[in-house]
Design a protein around this ligand. Sequence first.
Ligand code: S3P
Length: 441
Amino acid sequence: MTSLRIVPAGRGLRGSVRVPSDKSVSHRAAILAALAPGETRIRNYLEGRTTAATLSCLRSLGVESNKVVEGELVVRGRGLRGLQEASEVLFCQGSGTTMRLLAGVAAGQPGLTVLDGTPALRRRPMARVAEPLRAMGATVLAREGGRLPPLAIQGGQLRGVDWTLPVASAQAKSAVLLAGLWAEGPTTVREPGPSRDHSERMLRAFGVAVESTDAGAGRVVRLSPPERLQSPGLLSIPGDISSAAFLLVAALLVPGSQVAVEGVGINPTRTGLLDVLRAMGARIDEENLREESGEPVADLTATYCEGLAATEVGGELVPRAIDEFPTLAVVATQAKGRTVVRDAAELRVKESDRISALAEELRRLGAAVEERADGFAIDGPTRLRGAHVNAHGDHRLAMALAIAGLLAKGETVVEGWECVADSFPEFEATLAQVAGREVSG
Ligand code: S3P
């Protein structure tokens, strides 16, 4: 286990940085490229542990990929009917996206596919993908009454379904849509809230007819099975807003800061945190709006803001900010008043139980956190004090605690730091760049 030692910021954070590419978009680009005949070049494919797991699983299914030049990956697709039956277990590391999306792919294959992962992934709920895939005609076996990994999937001739998801989950929605590529007849997914729509956008980029309509707070997505996928040839992955969030929030909280993050994906299903921060009084500017591979992209600049106000977060904002609650919790410790997060029970089944882990670790730093079944309440502002904290194997918790450490009095040590490799291996160097010095003491 490695740890990061972090000392207070000392002075404002300054500069312009790039962050790693979007994790969600990278997974989807690789999977659809694998299913399209011919080569697809993917510029800025995320070099993280989770996205490497997707490539290695695809390799077991007969899909070759290799890095040609710095930051560009070439995937040699096999077409919808060209995957091979894997002779080994597909090991998804700790990546829920890899397991759930590939479960959808496996359901469409004539052979047997077994998906497994780390002990943390083995605790994450799979009924949300197993049930619809069974309804489509696949056999899906799993532990604990068919709910927990590993998964063993025997695919076959699938039929389209009209499926209502119990939770707003982009991974579950994507599994059903991907299986729908091999189904007879259209597949419809109804979601209770606006989960990220990267799969819908990427499927369209590969020529698949996907319609999406608003329905109350949620959405209905309908996919018509295509004859074949058509590669766009070249895809370019934007920067990950969930990684940018740590730097933007650090700039908002450390006096004298101004930090720009270039080339960040600002898909509206992902920008819930920006909305929440603005409601708290933060200034975040968006410039150079453009589009990359069907995703909106901008350069974002955050400027230190004195006197942020507490806020309440619930309802449709939750799926739009789902990966940013560790970051938001750190902001809440510095905002005036009581910040309340509700309708967010899903946080309990992420890379860690993010409600209890956040409460436990932020309290070690002196924050006033009340844990609730579906969220938390934090009273601020609090002068944090450095302590030894634990990442719970959760990359986003690790980085949020590092930002808290920048604000704390004295030294903070984040134990279990190695998990940042899941999404942001260069975090420490990027933070050092805006701090103008090593951040670790
Ligand atoms: C992801 C969807 C989200 C998110 C996860 C990545 C994806 O989970 O938390 O980090 O790539 O589809 P949900 O399935 O709960 O939406």
